[in-house]
Each structure stands twice: as structure tokens, then as C-alpha cells.
Design a protein around this ligand. Structure first.
Ligand code: SAH
Ligand code: SF4
Ligand code: F3S
Length: 470
């Protein structure tokens, strides 16, 4: 994954990782296999797809060989993401040849972006289904079964899948995603999302609270509320008598139970309000952790990106966060080598990183996406080696900063929600603190889903290591 450097971090999957799904215990006559790419919202969409398919008699399988339906839920955010999917499709060609009747479907953002072109370019694909068309999957599958190619890439202004209970795939039984909105109305010039996901719409607040409450009853102890721009969440009931803002929604979810942790992603610096910050401060179970993508530290570039905030505005937001939530974890997204970015402008990105001292950063070099405003208006004129060098500098600075942040936590005690057994040792458990940092500690008699007070005594670059204390 050359164009993207992230720490191992599955809470807010914005990379191009994929996750084959867990087999469910029920027996189904037919099996589907799904791989998901891209952001957490896309992973959550796969869980909606699983729910729709279960009702059609398809059970999930991890074993691609036993599937009669292979689905790739795709991402278009960077060119590399699309290349990964195309490579996967060629690998599936072999299975398709040896499995009569096997159907292959492309879902998600690449389906939306390429539409019927995908069928011409990738001959083995039988179905192309955009992110707002998953309810049509049963009829699209039926159509494909007759040997026709089926396509539905209609975007909707209303669809939120609010009434569909996602079937949790690949889960740890402790933490879960809950989508609260779809689409995006911002027009960041580099970004393909408004084209692949359509207009922004907020999901019924009651259905969100219901879903989170059900998760809690089923043993889950953390929900992450998902949207491209959660701070612009605004739901109005059909008769107009009830409205819910993001801060109010956070509060409603926090009130389900003090033992249910609440996280959210992503906040746009232009939209996050004091009301949200005060709500986080008011409820112990709303995590002190904010993902606040900066993209660039230079005003000219921010304007070219149409981010609609300035460097100074962003810095004030960070100060405000630190003022209201003194121990808040902060993470970001950064794009290196955007159109016409100079060395000095790149240095300003490095400066703002020093200022914000991020705990976690997703760092990318700019990848021109067809159809975006940047592609139409600007020259993608920074040579690849320069983009990569700037990215390497940003990554190195972040490494130093996050290492320092980790070391600063040694000696502190945190409340950790246990997510499972440590990858390195059976005798250790791992979980996260409020600030979203991973902490590993001896198992003793604790188990998944417990809250444990852990005193940190050492750290690696990505993990805090400690012991349970009373
Ligand atoms: N809604 C979120 C981000 C969604 S995409 C927000 O507004 O912040 C996740 C990240 O991918 C973006 O924050 C950006 O840093 C990166 N990204 C998006 N388009 C890109 C492109 N064309 N090239 C490189 N990185 C990109
Ligand atoms: Fe893309 Fe900007 Fe919307 Fe985020 S806010 S999804 S970067 S257009
Ligand atoms: Fe990728 Fe679509 Fe998400 S482009 S990042 S999967 S909204």
C-alpha cells in the first residue's frame, strides 16, 4: 500500500484493507462471500448487504470456494484502491471458470463511479450495484441468474437503510459501527465521495438509538457513529415536529447506558461545534477522541481543496478542543503533494502537525480522481517522487510525535474496554482507552467486554503496555 501509510488501527478503517466475513451459525442453502474495501461506512454497508442477503437465503462464508455469489464492496477514494479491486477481480476469474453458475458482483463506490463501464472493462462481472441500491439486490441477483448482466446505480436522496438491522460481520462482539447518515454535501475538490455516495441525508434518530440499544443488549460495549461529516447530522421527523442535531444524538446514545462507550467519525473542522464538545465533556461514556482531518496546513492549498476553513480557524478549533476536553485524543488525515503545492506550503503542513501533535494520522499522497473538481480545474503537477518524499517527511514527523505522545502516557492509569486476546500472547488481553490508544495487559481473570483500570508501564510505537490496578 504505497500511497497510504497508516498505523494498524481498525476503529476507523479508511485504508484499503479488506475483511472476509465470519461464517454465521445458521445454515443457508446458498452462500455468499463478501470483501470490503475503503472506509468504515463501506464496511458497515456490507453488514446491511449481509442482512438483505440472509433474508434471501444466502449465508455468509469465509471460504470463497463454496460461494455461489462473490461480492466486492469497493472504494474509489484513491487510484490504488481501485487497482487493488481490479487485481482481486482477475484472481476471481479462475474460480469463475471452474464454478458453473457463480455470480460476481461489484458493489459500492467503484460500481457507482464506473457504472456500466465496469461491465465492459471487467467482463467477468455479472452485477454492478451502487451504494443506494442494495435493497434491489434480490431482483438483481435473480436477473443475473438468468444470464443477463444486472446494474442498478441510482443514487437516492432518502435511502438510509434505517430500518435494516445490519448483520455483524467479522466482529469482536464488543465494538460496532452504526451509520447515522449517508452521502456528503461538501465539495472538497480532491474527493470522489460526493459523486459515489450522493447527497447527504441523516438517518432517523430513533432507529439509530434503537440499533445502539440492541447492540448493548447483545453484549456490545462500544458504538462508533459514522458519517462523512457527522457534525452536519440533522434529522427532522416526517411531520416536522421533532429535530435532532448531532450533539443531541450523541447525548441520546450516551444515555442508553453508562457502560456503552460512544465514539464518532468523521468531524469536519468547519462544522464541529462547542455544543458537541460540551456534550462529550458532560458524559463520561462519550470518548475523548476526535478525528479532525486537516488535509493541509496552508491556506492557499486549503482554498484550492475547498475545505472552507483556514489554518488559523483549524488551530483555534484544536485549542478549543484542548480547552474543553483537556485529555482529548486527536487524529487527522493529510494529503501530500496536492496540485501546485510548493515546498513552503508543504512545510506549513508539517508546522500544523507540530502544533496539533496528533495521536494518529492517516497520510496519503494526492491521487487525482476522474470527475472531481480538482481533476477538471487543476493540474496534477507535483511529480510522484516529490509527492512520495513529502509523504515520507510527514510520516516521519508523525512517527516522532506519536512516539512522544505514547511515552507521555507511561505512568498514567486508563480505563480500558477489553476487545480481545492480544495478537502476540495468549496470556494478554488488549483493549482501548478513551483516547483510542491500544493497551495490552496480563489477562488475569478479565474477559472481553470488561472495563479494566490499567496502569501503563511501558510502550512500543503503537501500543501501551501495562497492568490492571484496583
Ligand atoms: N469525510 C472525511 C474523509 C473521507 S475520505 C473528511 O471530510 O475528512 C478519507 C481521506 O482520504 C480524506 O480525509 C483525505 O485525506 C483522503 N483522500 C480523499 N481523496 C483523496 C485523493 N484524491 N487523494 C489522496 N487522498 C485522498
Ligand atoms: Fe470528501 Fe470532503 Fe465530503 Fe470528506 S467532507 S467526504 S473529504 S467531500
Ligand atoms: Fe472509499 Fe467510498 Fe468510503 S470512496 S472511502 S468506500 S465512501
Amino acid at each position: 500500500m504505497l500511497d497510504q501509510v497508516t498505523k494498524v488501527h481498525d476503529e476507523s478503517r479508511q485504508g484499503e484493507a479488506f475483511a472476509p466475513v465470519a461464517t454465521d451459525s445458521q445454515t443457508y442453502s446458498k452462500k455468499f462471500y463478501i470483501e470490503s474495501y475503503g472506509c468504515a461506512m463501506n464496511f458497515n454497508d456490507s453488514e446491511i448487504v449481509a442482512s438483505i442477503l440472509n433474508k434471501e437465503g444466502f449465508g455468509a462464508t469465509r471460504n470463497v470456494e463454496e460461494a455461489s455469489l462473490i461480492l466486492l464492496n469497493t472504494c474509489s477514494i484513491r487510484e490504488k484502491a481501485e487497482q487493488t479491486v481490479r487485481k482481486r477481480l482477475t484472481e476471481f476469474r479462475r474460480i469463475k471458470k471452474s464454478t458453473p453458475g457463480l455470480l460476481i458482483g461489484v458493489l459500492g463506490c467503484m460500481a457507482e463511479r464506473l457504472k456500466t463501464r465496469l461491465l465492459e472493462e471487467e467482463k467477468l462481472v455479472d452485477m454492478v450495484v451502487g451504494p443506494d441500491a442494495y435493497r434491489a439486490l434480490p431482483s438483481l441477483i435473480a436477473e443475473a441468474e438468468t444470464g443477463q448482466k444486472s446494474v442498478n446505480v441510482l443514487l437516492s436522496r432518502e435511502e438510509t437503510y434505517g430500518d435494516i438491522s445490519p448483520v455483524r460481520l467479522d466482529n469482536n462482539g464488543v465494538t460496532s459501527f452504526v451509520s447515522i447518515m449517508r452521502g456528503c454535501n461538501n465539495m472538497c475538490t480532491f474527493c470522489v465521495v460526493p459523486f459515489t455516495r450522493g447527497r447527504e441525508r441523516s438517518r432517523d434518530a430513533h432507529s439509530i438509538v434503537r440499533e445502539a440499544a440492541e447492540l448493548f443488549e447483545n453484549g456490545y460495549r462500544e458504538v462508533t457513529l459514522l458519517g462523512q461529516n457527522v457534525d452536519s447530522y440533522y434529522w427532522t421527523s416526517d411531520d416536522g415536529s421533532e429535530t435532532v442535531t448531532f450533539a443531541q444524538l450523541l447525548e441520546k446514545v450516551a444515555l442508553i447506558n453508562p457502560l456503552l462507550r460512544v465514539r464518532f467519525s468523521t468531524s469536519h473542522p468547519k462544522d464541529i461545534t462547542d455544543e458537541v464538545l460540551f456534550t462529550i465533556a458532560k458524559y463520561e461514556n462519550i470518548c475523548n477522541y476526535i478525528h479532525l482531518p486537516v488535509q493541509s496546513g496552508n491556506n492557499r492549498i486549503l482554498q484550492l481543496m475547498n475545505r472552507t476553513y483556514t489554518r488559523e480557524w483549524y488551530m483555534k478549533k484544536v485549542e478549543r478542543i484542548r480547552e474543553i476536553l483537556p485529555d482529548c485524543g486527536l487524529s487527522t488525515d493529510i494529503i501530500c503533494g496536492f496540485c501546485s503545492e510548493t515546498e513552503e506550503e508543504h512545510q506549513e503542513t508539517m508546522d500544523i502537525m507540530r502544533f496539533a501533535a496528533y495521536d494518529l494520522a492517516y497520510m496519503y499522497f494526492y491521487s487525482e480522481r476522474p470527475g472531481t473538481l480538482a481533476q477538471r480545474r487543476y493540474q496534477d503537477d507535483i511529480p510522484e517522487d516529490v509527492k512520495k518524499r513529502r509523504l515520507a517527511e510527514v510520516v516521519e514527523l508523525h512517527r516522532q510525535q506519536s512516539e512522544k505522545n505514547m511515552k507521555d502516557d507511561v505512568g498514567k492509569t486508563f480505563k480500558v474496554l477489553v476487545e480481545g486476546t492480544s495478537k502476540r500472547s495468549e496470556e494478554h488481553l488488549f483493549g482501548r482507552n478513551d483516547q483510542n490508544k491500544v493497551i495490552v495487559f496480563p489477562r488475569e481473570n478479565f474477559k472481553k467486554g470488561d472495563y479494566v483500570m490499567v496502569k501503563v508501564d511501558s510502550c512500543t510505537s503503537g501500543t501501551l503496555i501495562g497492568k490492571a490496578v484496583q
